[in-house]
Ligand binder design. Structure first.
Ligand SMILES: [Zn+2]
Length: 790
């Protein structure tokens, strides 16, 4: 790595000397810098990509391609085309072969080879694999935020929208989906092509206007189903084989149709793309991704197990509505630069909540909103690792670090407060103006604030924006009970802290004498938990009060209070914890509410320390598969049991493996379950393997294994993993997808509870005082529980 860097530094010097005399002003550096994006936006327009990809049968062979890129140039200047792959031969610029300079992830086209007006560049290339997500019999592209440039040469910035003509040459038995509708499928001509017998050609129509991060295709062994809804064809590709799961597809079609209709009504703009299609992918690294015409969804969120909880049902609709909302918010109107990536997320969530509210009328929406957004937002916003909603971004290769709870959950809270401040009709009016003004174009959050301010000048939106969007953190309010119960209905986004544990005891007593509504009981649980985390209340005190809430009839409140209860239980010394685990086990039999029993079961079957409890779990696991748990729960239970009964680990893993019903899940299980091996040399070797990027390519698997290796039962042995795991965090970010740095930190640190582990993290922070801020924030978020221990 180092020697590579010094070579490119040398090349940079040469390039500057060679290009002396031209107006090459933009620095040539890896990634896509904001400066480069601004230069290109000023001179480029009418961009069109004609792309063909050759997908070999074996994943050992590279995907190759040909591109004809055309664009209009306003001014002759040296031009950088982003590309991380390889070039197969010299490129043609306006029909003339030029010697290709490929440096720092850019193809450099000298200004004198270009002309004002229309230009074409032809490039034969080899793609990198990372963002193609290649499996033996399928692959899918996932380019957000700046990975298109790893697969084909492009202008990889969100404000250079383009159209795409795509041709795929792929194995005959495969199918494919992309942004444009399929135009035709053809046999290959046999003459000189050796792949003609095994491959075919799929040609797609010209896409709508899209930024590179929304261009996508998925190809492979998929089943396909198309249904017509409201006169529109909706296509779903999937790999699931379980008939109970496939039987859920009509629900998915209906929820897509409902979301589309809802969005059309709200925005006043008909669905803006040529078709609606989606793919449901196993082991998908996000919940979903909004490529127009070929949205990707994570299978576990769409296909629910038997006995799905109301939360899971609700989450599925929210995910579908979220990705559908993006068709307007993000895809039709796109952020100018990725620093505003949260704007598309906040709108998608805001709209998804509105859609879900109509579809689940029995759900207490306000209560659910607090549960869905306040709680995860606070989980990050109360840590040292928090940041403002609006963040700066100098280079797209850092964009991944912008994502997280602040964007996904605090921003919706802000949005709700904004709607309260504006009035919902005024806000809708402002959003319609905004969508119309910037359709098929780009805009910034500040552009929207300007519009909202003009729609409702008296609402002082500018001050609101400064506090909520440009400021960070959650305010802590020192509260005295003499002034009433703190944040009584939970609607204030703030931490209300009482003086000490005596005051907390008084609060618990006062609260019990009231007969409040469910939202107030939710607020009570949240206040207790905040006071516990702020060391104003003891774990016994808070645990007992939350345990009393088990008679709660409202499932939302119960679900929150039980998650706090189980978090607090993690702080107890082992001896006391074991006693409480037995009570919990009893409640899994006695409790009248199924979702509560299930929450306790899921926790116990992945976390119990009590031998007695684990024996009971093992007995139940050894019989028939438990009808109230799904296959993933059983997989997790097997990992837990294998680690709790190390002498029987192989037997347990083998038995669970035989029960698995799909090859994809078996593949995951085979990867992750190796971590259950009690042999510490094996554990060390597995951990070492995760330090190599090639063993982290399927990130949920890698995170699954890492979290088992760092399970609390293996302290103090596994404390030795913390430092090397943190040392490669920057590399994990460079080589991985956008959510992975935080997932990695969570998997590495969540299981640790010891003082030694805490000291290890503190030492790392101390020894790296200049660590990149956004990455350090992820670490501080994940380490909150560990660092907060006294
Ligand atoms: Zn989204």
């Amino acid at each position: 790595m180092k020697s590579y860097l010094s070579t490119i530094t040398l090349l940079t010097v040469c390039w500057i000397i060679l290009s002396c005399g031209h107006t090459q002003k933009v620095k040539i550096e890896a990634g896509v810098s904001h400066e480069l994006a601004i230069q290109r936006k000023a001179i480029l327009s009418d961009i069109h990509y004609i792309l063909s990809f050759d997908i070999p049968t074996s994943t050992k062979e590279n995907v190759t391609g040909n591109e004809e890129l055309s664009f209009n140039l306003k001014k002759r200047e040296d031009l950088q085309i982003d590309f991380q792959g390889l070039i197969r031969s010299n490129i043609l610029v306006n029909g003339k072969e030029i010697k290709t300079v490929h440096q720092d992830e850019h193809l450099l086209i000298p200004g004198e080879e270009l002309k004002e007006g229309h230009n074409t560049v032809s490039i034969p290339f080899v793609s990198l694999d990372a963002s193609l997500n290649r499996n033996e019999d399928y692959l899918y592209t996932l380019f957000v935020p700046d990975h298109a440039r790893s697969v084909f040469p492009c202008f990889d910035q969100p404000d250079l929208k383009a159209t795409y003509d795509l041709t795929l040459i792929l194995p005959k038995e495969w199918t494919a989906i992309s942004n444009g509708t399929l135009e035709k499928e053809e046999e290959l001509t046999i003459n000189s092509d050796s792949t003609a017998l095994t491959h075919k050609k799929m040609i797609f129509r010209t896409s709508d206007l899209l930024p590179t991060y929304l261009f996508s295709f998925t190809a492979g062994g998929f089943k396909e189903k198309t249904e017509q809804k409201d006169g529109r064809d909706i296509t779903i590709l999937y790999r699931e084989t379980d008939p109970d799961k496939v039987a859920q597809l009509p629900i998915v079609f209906n929820q897509i149709a409902l979301s589309l209709k809802w969005l059309e009504d709200y925005t006043g703009i008909p669905y803006p793309f040529q078709k609606y299609g989606c793919v449901i992918l196993p082991g998908y690294q996000f919940g979903g991704m909004e490529h127009p015409g070929c949205i990707q969804f994570r299978d576990a969120t769409i296909f629910l197990g038997k006995n799905a909880t109301p939360d899971e049902e609700f989450n599925r609709l929210q995910l579908i509505a979220h990705e559908t909302s993006h068709m307007w918010f993000g895809d039709l109107v796109t952020m100018k630069w990725f620093d505003d990536v949260w704007t598309k997320e906040v709108f998608a969530n805001f709209m998804a909540d509105k859609v879900a509210k109509e579809q689940f009328p029995h759900v207490n929406y306000d209560l659910n909103f607090i549960k869905t957004h306040y709680i995860p937002a606070l989980a990050t916003d109360r840590t040292e690792g928090t940041h403002p909603i609006q963040q700066e971004l100098a280079n797209l290769n850092q964009a991944g670090l912008l994502y997280g709870n602040i964007i996904y959950h605090k921003a919706p809270v802000m949005m709700r407060k904004l709607e309260e401040k504006m009035g919902s009709e005024y806000l809708k009016e402002g959003l319609r103006i905004y969508l119309k003004k910037y359709a098929n174009d780009n805009s910034t959050w500040d552009n929207l604030i300007e519009i909202l301010d003009s729609v409702r000048a008296d609402a002082d939106i500018i001050t609101f924006d400064r506090e909520w969007v440009k400021g960070k953190g959650v305010k802590s309010i020192e509260w005295s009970l003499d002034d009433g119960l703190p944040n009584a209905d939970g609607s204030d986004y703030a931490r209300y802290l009482l003086k000490d544990s005596d005051e907390v005891a008084r609060y618990i007593k006062l609260f019990e004498s009231q007969s409040p509504d469910p939202q107030k009981r939710l607020a009570f649980a949240m206040n207790l938990y905040e006071n516990f985390l702020a060391h104003r209340a003891s774990c016994e005190q808070v645990y007992d009060a939350l345990w009393k809430l088990k008679d709660e009839k409202n499932e939302q409140v119960l679900s929150v209070s039980s998650s706090f209860l189980l978090n607090v239980l993690g702080y107890f010394p082992e001896k006391e914890r074991i006693i409480k685990e037995k009570e919990l086990l009893q409640a899994t039999h006695d409790h009248p509410i199924a979702s509560y029993r299930l929450a306790l079961w899921r926790w116990l079957t992945t976390s119990a320390l009590s031998e007695e409890v684990n024996h009971k779990i093992k007995e139940m696991w050894a019989g028939e598969q438990l009808p109230f748990l799904n296959e993933r729960n059983h997989m997790n239970m097997a990992y837990h049991l294998a680690m709790s009964f190390p002498e029987q680990w192989e037997e347990i893993i083998n038995k669970q493996r035989e029960r698995l019903t799909s090859d994809d899940r078996r593949k995951e299980f085979d990867f992750v379950s190796r971590a259950c091996n009690p042999d510490q040399d094996v554990q060390q070797a597995l951990f070492n393997s995760l330090l190599l990027a090639e063993n982290r390519t399927i990130e949920p698997y890698a995170a699954g294994m890492l979290s088992l290796l760092n399970n609390y039962r293996r302290e103090p042995f596994n404390n030795r993993f913390i430092r090397p795991g943190l040392d490669i965090l920057e590399e994990v970010q460079r080589t991985g997808d956008i959510f992975f740095p935080l997932d990695w930190c969570n998997a590495l640190l969540y299981g640790h509870k010891s003082k030694e582990a805490k000291a290890e993290v503190e030492r790392f922070l101390k020894e790296n005082p200049n660590y990149p801020t956004s990455l350090k924030n992820k670490l501080l978020q994940a380490a909150f529980t560990l660092l907060n221990r006294e």
